[in-house]
Design a protein. Structure first.
Lengths: 113, 117
């Protein structure tokens, strides 16, 4: 049973560019949440997707957007990258009804230069 | 808004000893979930233990146990017989009870735990 997978593992982008990160949830899970973890900090909630819709959103600008596909996989898009967007981006999957059991992927390390 | 505070940025302990990590939180909710997550150098966030606020009994998972003091809004993690593999960042986290719009984790800033051989 595959756990949560994320791609790519590492990514280097230039300021102003756009980036797309991908997440495949644990088998059977239907809900995907995205978190941003800056260096030396705890993860911060970005948004959550269920039934292909954004269900809730944290305090992040509109440059951060996402999508969920019918197979429950998800993408995180960030436009107009800033140096401050450099972070580890974590994806967590869960099942509606057991939302308190969130399984995390290994993350994507994004570096903006 | 909920806040989670971990006042110990770093801790170290000899292998086989017991260590306690502290966490306090602030909320006006009566029911909620509290978690301890472990993040080793591999970066993958792993759930260590979960506590439901409505349960008075402290949660335990093998060598890991919590001391949940609801009135004091305190949630500490005790690791017994510590092992080298316990070396990691430990995050305390809070979640409101499941309801539309509630299902997000709020994390503290973490405690870096080093187990010394």
């Amino acid at each position: 049973d595959a756990g949560v997978t994320q791609s790519p593992t590492h990514l280097i982008k230039t300021r102003g560019q756009q980036v797309t990160l991908r997440c495949s949830p644990k088998s059977g899970h239907d809900t995907v949440s995205w978190y941003q973890q800056a260096l030396g900090q705890g993860p911060q909630f970005i948004f959550q997707y269920y039934e292909e819709e954004e269900r809730q959103r944290g305090n992040f600008p509109d440059r951060f957007s996402g999508h969920q596909f019918p197979n429950y996989s998800s993408e995180l898009n960030v436009n107009a990258l800033l140096l401050g967007d450099s972070a580890l981006y974590l994806c967590a999957s869960s099942l509606q009804g057991r939302i308190y059991e969130q399984y995390f992927g290994p993350g994507t390390r994004l570096t903006v230069t | 808004a909920q806040t989670v505070t971990q006042s110990q940025p770093e801790m170290s302990v000899q292998e086989a000893e017991t260590v306690t990590l502290s966490c306090t939180y602030d909320t006006s909710e009566n029911n909620y979930y509290l978690f301890w997550y472990k993040q080793p150098p591999s970066r993958q966030m792993i759930l260590v233990i979960r506590q439901e606020a409505y349960k008075q009994q402290n949660a335990t998972e093998n060598r890991f146990s919590v001391n949940f003091q609801k009135a004091a809004k305190s949630f500490s993690l005790k690791i017994s017989d510590s092992q080298l593999g316990d070396t990691a960042m430990y995050f305390c986290a809070f979640m409101k009870p499941p309801n539309f719009g509630n299902e997000k984790l709020t994390f503290g800033t973490g405690t870096r735990l080093t187990i010394i051989p």
